[in-house]
Design a protein around this ligand. Structure first.
Ligand SMILES: *Cc1c(COP(=O)(O)O)cnc(C)c1O
Length: 363
């Protein structure tokens, strides 16, 4: 017995899964250094102390990692002031996001999130067979939390709040999020995705850990990929109260977080003061870029992350090509805009020049 065409039967939900478009690598150009500004990576290499830990642990990779990730969760618990039982790790926070969907959604259930936002959201939702409910950002490229509250139905199982929002940059404010949480049914999980938390300088940003303490239906999602500069090692985690955190640990890929990842994350937590200086430098660069672009006349949304958003509309792909020509790879979203990561100072300078020349040409 087989299907008429004899092809392997795959889940029909796969047809609805968009492909992830990773940021392109920097394209080499003759005579100029090429820079990658397309994946919101930390331009600094790992700290020497972290590299040393990795070098020492390299000889151990014939062994499986600690499946319970106990040393890292112990360090995190101390760092954050939360019980270890409230922590769950995964292969990057995108891995944890997959776990979050697996523990909440059956096919047909709804996941509410702002759009445009992180491009992994529609992919992981569609893979699970759940339905994405995308609520447009407001005119300032911010989450429209009242509209998101209005989009909740009795099928809603999960809500994703990306703050600061990738790719546009603004963060939600504490008072708005409080009001919003007051409208969410207590059996619907709200995930606060804080991948760029450390780059925030606005006092109005929410204290997500306080929200998780006050609300059993709030989970905080964080990563070592951005401020901590460990994108290549895939370590992310969630903080949530017991039933949610326990379920997340059940849904984890066994041995998913490698030994190198666990050790590097612990070493990075230990060296956080040193990393924080780099984050401060990146924030200064971000503000410098943002102001220079605004002075050129760009109407860009404010940003609390390590990138700026140029709302280019129809000119998006032309701008990405112009940047590419200058040895800079940015992340275009056709018809909408380009996300440009804060990178090395020379790259940031060059982006400012490319943007000025582009405006002059367009008049
Ligand atoms: C980069 C990013 C992440 C982190 O992904 P990892 O899997 O931890 O590398 C999560 N959420 C958002 C919104 C991001 O931009």
């Amino acid at each position: 017995m087989s299907t008429p065409d004899g092809k392997v039967r795959l889940r029909s939900t796969l047809d609805a899964v968009p492909a992830y478009k990773p940021g392109k690598p920097a394209a080499e150009r003759e005579g100029i250094t090429a820079y990658k500004m397309s994946s919101n990576e930390n331009p600094y290499p790992p700290l020497p102390s972290v590299v040393e830990v990795l070098r020492d642990a390299a000889g151990l990779v014939n062994r499986y990692p600690d499946m319970s990730v106990s040393a890292l969760t112990g360090s995190l618990a101390q760092h954050l002031g939360v019980p270890v039982e409230h922590l769950a790790t995964g292969t990057g926070s995108v891995g944890v996001l997959q776990q979050l969907i697996q523990i909440t959604c059956e096919p047909g259930d709804e996941v509410v999130y702002a759009w445009r936002s992180f491009e992994a959201y529609p992919i992981v939702v569609a893979l699970s067979g759940a339905t994405s409910v995308q609520v447009p950002l407001d005119a300032d490229a911010r989450h429209d939390l009242p509209a998101m509250a209005a989009a909740i139905t009795d099928k809603t199982r999960l809500i994703l709040v990306c703050t600061p929002n990738n790719p546009t940059g603004p963060a939600v404010h504490a008072d708005e999020l409080d009001t919003f949480l007051g409208k969410v049914p207590s059996d619907v999980l709200v995930v606060i995705d804080e991948a760029y938390l450390e780059f925030g300088r606005d006092e109005r940003v929410p204290d997500a850990l306080a929200l998780y303490r006050a609300h059993p239906n709030v989970a905080v999602l964080r990563t070592f990929s951005k401020a901590y500069g460990l994108a290549g090692l895939r370590v992310g985690y969630a903080v949530a109260q017991e039933p949610v955190a326990t379920a997340l640990r059940k849904a984890a890929v066994p041995f998913g977080v490698t030994d190198l990842g666990q050790r590097a994350a612990i070493a990075s937590l230990r060296a956080y003061d040193e990393l924080a200086e780099r984050v401060d430098a990146l924030v200064l660069e971000r503000d410098r870029m943002w102001k220079a672009l605004r002075d050129q006349g760009w109407e860009l949304p404010e940003t609390q992350a390590n990138f700026v958003w140029l709302p280019l509309g129809e000119d998006t792909m032309d701008f990405a090509a112009a940047a590419d020509e200058a040895g800079l790879t940015v992340r275009p979203f056709a018809g909408e805009g380009c996300r440009c990561s804060v990178a090395e100072t020379e790259a940031n300078d060059r982006l400012i020049e490319v943007a000025a020349a582009f405006r002059d040409r367009r008049g």
